[in-house]
Design a protein around this ligand. Structure first.
Ligand code: FBP
Length: 524
């Protein structure tokens, strides 16, 4: 038997557990983990002194503003808020707050620091407040499953990867009954506020909750935080989602290692698939960090998946393949061209948000098969007599819970601290926004962006639904353009870069991702 390791979080097979009941024990930490706990995090200077909130002009929507206005009558059009220095904090209510926090969706390095940031804000500026952590994602809100977070419980999680402080889940608060359950929890816990740490779908849900609570005259306000390693939740005011920086650096280290492996013997061609549901920001960033010979940016093959989503939402997929008539001829051609195993994977069950579970499609194996088939054809034609051995890799889950980089640690702490400040200032339906990220941390800007301003309507499960528009790789954007200008050279020359492991000290420790720098107009 092949030697193997198994990690399942200590949960017995078949046991359904929302979150570990006991917290982490720092005594069993590695030296690096221990050294990170007490790593001091700087805050943007506006958060270290008295501040006030300045509102900008009324906002609109990313698309279809009339539809969005109808769907969010109570929160649509809110201005963006900016925190600015003030002489005193007297504008803030002098009251203890009861705040809930939930982690929603896939893990992303830095989530624990968002929670620490909220907690520290409450300790520093609203003494005697209570922070409840809903366990196991949005289901924890619906089922009123929570733990009261205190400094001893939070301490071992500071600057540590993972979401196990309260755990996450992918449930969605969707039906009238589920909204009712969320209301009941808000009332039962007398919540002044709720922070939803999640990706595009979870922040859409956060906005629906804000709308619903305000519509029902509940005092509970809702603030979102931009989380996802996929990097597809961003806009001008929210320059990046947390976790992207760490995950890409972890993957880039591994890619750099297999590149050296390839050069060491010439025995293998390594095919690497990276995580990322719809957008290819991770792949693009890792390419910019490592310079592989060939990089496929998935935005080019989106159409087929979109059509399949629509068909699966409406039609019975008959064995005779009649459903295929609904595909456009271009998508049909592509579908028929794919190996059967990949066709099957494309038809797999969608997640609760209606998304194809791309992480489960083994494109790296598909590409190896396609190359083998083509080389075999060439061999028979007499135009090839070489040797090809493909090695497939999927780097996905390995990057989601790593120790957060200095950037993610600091960014997340500021996002959480800002979420506390926004709730304290009476804001709802906004996403915590920390900007000016290429400048020293002290100069970072802090505010809140109306969630409805990020929204459009989209087809989901065959119906129009409000969604935060996913930020896909822009083929006209600076990161892609830089990649496109270099890829020909990378294809034939040895330009491999091995970035090595994440550094917490020294010259490379505070480097920002290429994507973020290029998008901010700084040469990477
Ligand atoms: P989020 O958008 O929820 O942050 O998910 C990120 C992600 O890591 C995707 O890249 C991936 O497709 C998905 O989660 C996998 O989800 P799961 O953990 O449920 O398999």
């Amino acid at each position: 038997m092949t030697p193997s390791l198994v990690a399942n979080g200590g949960v017995a097979a078949g046991e359904a557990v929302a979150a570990p009941v006991t917290g982490r024990v720092a005594a069993v930490y590695s030296e690096v983990q221990s050294s990170r706990i007490d790593h001091k995090l700087p805050l943007p200077s506006v958060l270290t002194k008295p501040f006030k909130v300045v509102d900008g002009p009324a906002s609109s929507a990313a698309g279809n503003p009339d539809e969005i206005a109808k769907l969010f009558p109570n929160v649509f059009g809110q201005p963006s808020a900016l925190l600015v220095p003030s002489d005193s904090d007297s504008a803030l209510p002098q009251q203890k707050l009861k705040i809930g926090v939930v982690l929603s969706g896939g893990q992303a390095p830095g989530g624990h620091n968002v929670i620490s940031g909220i907690f520290d804000y409450l300790q520093d500026r609203a003494k005697g407040s209570t922070l409840y952590g809903f366990r196991g994602g949005p289901a924890g809100i619906m089922k009123n499953k929570y733990i009261e977070l205190n400094s001893e419980y939070i301490y071992p999680y500071r600057n540590q990867g993972g979401f196990d402080m309260i755990c996450s889940g992918r449930d969605k608060i969707e039906t009238p009954e589920q909204f009712k359950q969320a209301e009941e929890t808000a009332v039962k816990l007398d919540l002044d506020g709720l922070v939803v740490i999640g990706g595009d779908d979870s922040n859409t849900n956060a906005c629906l909750l804000a709308e619903n609570f305000r519509g029902k005259n509940l005092k509970t306000r809702v603030i979102g935080c931009p989380k996802t390693i996929d990097g597809d939740l961003k806009c001008k005011e929210v320059p990046t989602s947390f976790g992207f920086d760490t995950a890409c650096k972890i993957y880039a280290e591994m890619i750099g290692n297999v590149m050296i492996d390839a050069r060491s013997t010439g025995k293998y061609y390594h095919f690497v698939r990276l995580m990322g549901r719809a957008a290819s920001h991770i792949t693009l960033e890792c390419a910019l960090q490592t310079h592989p010979n060939i990089t496929i940016i998935g935005e080019e093959v989106q159409n087929l998946i979109a059509e399949l989503n629509e068909i699966l939402a409406h039609d019975v997929v008959d064995e005779g393949g009649l459903w295929k008539n609904k595909l456009t001829s271009q998508s049909l051609q592509l579908f028929d061209f794919l190996p059967e195993a990949i066709q099957e994977q494309l038809m797999l069950e969608r997640d609760p948000h209606g998304n194809v579970q791309v992480a489960k499609i083994e494109t790296e194996k598909m590409l190896i098969q396609m190359v083998e088939t083509d080389l075999e054809k060439r061999r028979q034609e007499g135009s090839y007599n070489g040797q090809f051995k493909g090695q497939s890799h999927f780097f996905g889950y390995e990057g989601r819970c790593g120790l957060p980089t200095n950037f993610d640690s600091t960014y997340c702490y500021a996002l959480g601290y800002a979420a506390g400040a926004l709730l304290h200032s009476g804001k709802t339906g906004v996403i915590s926004s920390v900007g000016n990220l290429a400048a020293p941390v002290e100069e970072w800007t802090v505010g809140g962006t109306a969630l409805t301003s990020l929204m459009d309507v989209e087809r989901r499960h065959g119906k129009f639904k409000p969604v935060i528009k996913k930020a896909m790789v822009e083929l006209e954007g600076a990161p892609f353009k830089k990649f496109a200008s270099l890829r020909k050279d990378w294809a034939i020359n040895n330009r491999y870069i091995s970035p090595g492991p994440i550094q917490f000290h020294g010259p490379a420790s505070n480097a920002l991702s290429h994507t973020l720098l290029l998008e901010l107009g700084v040469q990477a």
